[in-house]
Design a protein around this ligand. Structure first.
Ligand code: SF4
Length: 357
């Protein structure tokens, strides 16, 4: 058995929550970073679930080889579910988080023997569909590589795009149809003109990750979104209130109701998790259920005695927050509302609750 196949077998054995499904139209869902990064991505896991929950559609996951762990960077990438080379699929959908992952995408395609440039691919090659956080901020560097890009919140749109790709085969017609869908950017049709960013229906929220695995940075952690977007206005940020109408809060009962009984670790994910009006209550409840809780973002002005005490009870040992501006004047000009006194209070609360860092 090759090293890659052995690595895949071992990782699959350790996964909890994988969805088993076969469907007439199965695509490769690839991530241009190693498994340990990909499976910590709530967005990647959300799209996996969106495809698997759509009748007639299924996906198989593939990842960039990790030289240290896989020892397999020269091997052709295989999907985890059936060990099939990704170039054998009609569609390869990729999630790209930020610009540096474009290098990973190039390596992944190279290893899969798929021509990297769109112009060098033909009908015999898979259709390359991209999405992910990068599409909020800077999707154009992907334009020479991929055939189409879902801009913004993709969970509602990806199954629709895949249905189009399943039912229409001639490339030109496919591109024409996709180019007319709001939220879909087709470089060959749109040039450099980016259209509107997709906004998922509220009914599709929150995102949560079905698969837990020990082989990620967030080992065995159940990931769930507490809110989407942000109500603040920091001028440098793509998540500010001007994006898709600002913050959409997920009710506390919905969040708590989705956490699996056996999840010992819970990751609350979002651009502004600590702005959730019931965040201290949510953390306290999870802690009282005996779970460890991690937060993806913590605003210094939101920290209270009750909140930090709940975090401590939930196993937090390090309090991480940021000012994002070296002076009050700079922060003011960036609409970053955090004040020096918030940071000082953060340090005081950390000490009071026995956190050393
Ligand atoms: S608080 Fe954070 S997420 Fe919200 S706009 Fe500012 S930097 Fe962006």
């Amino acid at each position: 058995m090759s090293h890659l196949r052995e690595t895949i077998r071992r990782r699959l054995d350790d996964e909890v929550g994988r969805i088993s499904k076969q469907a007439p139209f199965t695509v490769a869902l690839a991530y241009p970073s190693p498994y340990s990064v990909a499976m910590s991505s709530l967005g990647f896991q959300r799209i996996y679930r969106a495809i698997m929950e759509t009748p007639g559609l299924a996906c198989e996951r593939a990842f960039l080889a990790d030289d240290d762990v896989d020892g397999a960077s020269q091997e052709r990438p295989l999907t985890y579910e059936s060990r099939t080379p990704i170039d054998a699929f009609p569609v390869v959908a990729v999630s790209v988080a930020y610009e540096l992952e474009i290098a990973g995408l190039v390596r992944l395609l190279d290893a899969a023997r798929i021509p990297v440039l769109r112009a060098e691919r033909g009908d015999a090659h898979p259709f390359l569909l991209a999405g992910g956080p990068l599409t909020f901020s800077n999707p154009l560097p992907l334009a020479p590589i991929v055939d189409a890009i879902v801009l913004g919140e993709a969970e509602g749109l990806v199954p629709e795009v895949l249905s189009v790709l399943e039912s229409i085969r001639p490339r030109g017609v496919r591109l024409d149809v996709l180019a007319r869908m709001p939220g879909v950017f087709v470089p060959e049709r749109h040039g450099n003109r980016l259209g509107e960013i997709a906004k998922a229906d509220d009914a599709l929220l929150p995102a949560w990750g079905p698969i837990r695995t020990p082989h990620t940075v967030l080992a065995n952690m159940f990931l769930i979104e507490t809110e989407r977007g942000c109500s603040r206005g920091c001028t440098y940020c793509v998540m500010r209130r001007s994006t898709n109408g600002g913050m959409r809060v997920v009710p506390m009962d919905t969040i708590l109701g989705l956490v699996p009984q056996d999840a010992k670790r819970v990751g609350l994910v979002g651009a502004a998790v600590s702005d959730h009006p019931k965040i201290a209550e949510i953390v306290r409840t999870l802690a009282e259920q005996g779970r460890e809780v991690g937060l993806s973002s913590l605003r210094p002005d939101r920290l209270t005695d009750e909140f930090v005490s709940a975090l401590k009870q939930a196993g937090t040992r390090t309090l991480t927050t940021a000012m994002d501006g070296a002076s009050e004047r700079l922060r003011e000009s960036l609409e970053r509302k955090a004040r020096e006194r918030h940071l000082v209070r953060c340090a005081e609360l950390a000490r009071r609750h026995g956190m050393d860092h």
